[in-house]
Write a protein that binds this ligand. Structure first.
Ligand SMILES: C[S@@+](CC[C@H](N)C(=O)[O-])C[C@H]1O[C@@H](n2cnc3c(N)ncnc32)[C@H](O)[C@@H]1O
Length: 379
């Protein structure tokens, strides 16, 4: 029996004792039973010793998978299953480490091994093979490996000072600095596209697009949302609005998906320039990069640029209203604090309050399958 099961077993036994004492006629016996039941619940609900260790050493499994993406392991195995020796040669792996490394990926469920031949798990094969561009999410992991993994290692410093550890000390300049290096801009926006493709499909399929003619995604990165929404709704014209540095990257992405006729890139700074008029605006994972003042400024700009029957869609890994369940939302907020000067994530309730203040009338919160939430606001 594993340690986790042993602790659950212990909790069960305590419960049984508590139930026995409850049958006792005396009040003292019943009080005792209540206390025991509370202890049993605490054991069962909180993390077990094994779970604490697993979480604290989670960085080992994280880095094992991120290195596999960095080494193109899943892409190589997607083209052809290979033995340990073939993989050593193909990826330049040292024989001292290769067996334990590859078998760790087997134990983590990412690879399968039969008769000494390694192949990808089917889901891994679909989403981590870089040649399957439509499904590939490895761009996000490449960015995590190159940038986020190191930056988040400095979390304690941010917790004590409130200051970012990424080097982006000013919220007005954060993205300009990020895009100074073209390769970095490409890595970041590829990461965003990978993270957002699933959400983009949900938005494209679930929103009432038939009631509108145009959509503008503000802070669109490569343009995953406008391209996907336009692909699935043939009557729509879509605009990807982002900083001018992203023009070549975004236009290349739009062209590759064959959407130049209905999706265009509009270069601009959402805090300096007027937004182009559109029926629907999207703000995806952008509000959390900024402090409250700029969050509201962005929402207000979309309000002013839409007609009276326009709508705004806000999505991201929002924190649940009770602030105890959406661990991805809470962790993303902490990451944003390490990465940016004033950014933080927020609950749908907070977002609703800002939207009402600005003048939006009907506001609806829609759960997207997975850790993301979408807030839909009608003018
Ligand atoms: C965290 S990314 C989110 C990208 C995309 N919406 C998604 O969900 O994948 C934030 C985006 O906002 C853009 N952005 C930041 N400041 C901006 C500004 N002042 N004007 C226009 N876009 C901006 C960034 O370039 C980046 O593409």
């Amino acid at each position: 029996m594993g340690q986790a099961e042993a602790e659950r077993d212990e909790s069960l036994k305590l419960r049984q004792i508590a139930d026995k004492i409850t049958e006792a006629p005396s009040e003292a016996g019943r009080d005792e039973a209540a206390k025991l039941r509370q202890i049993a619940d605490e054991i069962a609900d909180g993390p077990t010793q094994y779970e604490i260790i697993k979480t604290c050493y989670g960085f080992l499994s994280t880095k094992i998978v991120l290195s596999a993406v960095e080494l193109d392991l899943f892409t190589e195995l997607a083209s052809e299953p290979m033995t340990k020796e073939q993989l050593e040669e193909q990826l330049g792996l040292h024989p001292r480490c290769s067996a334990d490394y590859l078998d760790s990926l087997v134990a983590l469920g990412y690879l399968r091994r039969e008769d000494g031949v390694y192949r990808n798990d089917p889901v891994v094969d679909k989403v981590l093979d870089a040649s399957k561009t439509e499904h590939y999410i490895g761009g996000a992991l490449e960015w995590a490996n190159e940038h986020q993994y190191q930056t988040f290692g400095e979390l304690t410093e941010t917790l004590k000072t409130g200051e970012p550890q990424s080097g982006y000390m000013d919220e007005d300049e954060m993205f300009d600095e990020l895009y100074e290096d073209e390769d970095q801009a490409d890595a970041f926006t590829s990461g965003m596209a990978g993270l957002t493709s699933r959400v983009a499909n949900y938005i494209a399929e679930s929103f009432e697009w038939e009631e509108y003619e145009s959509v503008c995604d503000v802070g669109s990165a490569k343009g995953m949302v406008p391209v996907t929404v336009a692909e699935k709704n043939e009557h729509l014209k879509a605009t990807a609005f982002d900083l001018p540095e992203l023009k070549p990257i975004s236009e290349e992405f739009i062209s590759k998906r064959g959407m130049d006729d209905r999706v265009s890139f509009h270069p601009g700074d959402a805090f300096e320039d007027d937004l182009p008029r559109h029926d629907v605006f999207v703000l995806g994972r952008i509000l959390h990069d900024f402090g409250l003042e700029k969050k509201k400024e962005l929402i207000r700009s979309t309000y002013e640029a839409m007609p009276d029957d326009g709508a705004l869609l806000i999505y991201g890994s929002l924190i649940d209203n009770d602030r105890r369940e959406n661990v991805v939302g809470l962790m993303t907020s902490l990451y944003v604090m390490v990465d940016s000067e004033k950014g933080y994530d927020y609950t749908p309730k907070e977002c609703q309050k800002w939207l009402q203040e600005i003048g939006f009338s009907e506001i609806e919160v829609r759960d997207i399958p997975g850790p993301e939430t979408m807030v839909v606001a009608q003018k």
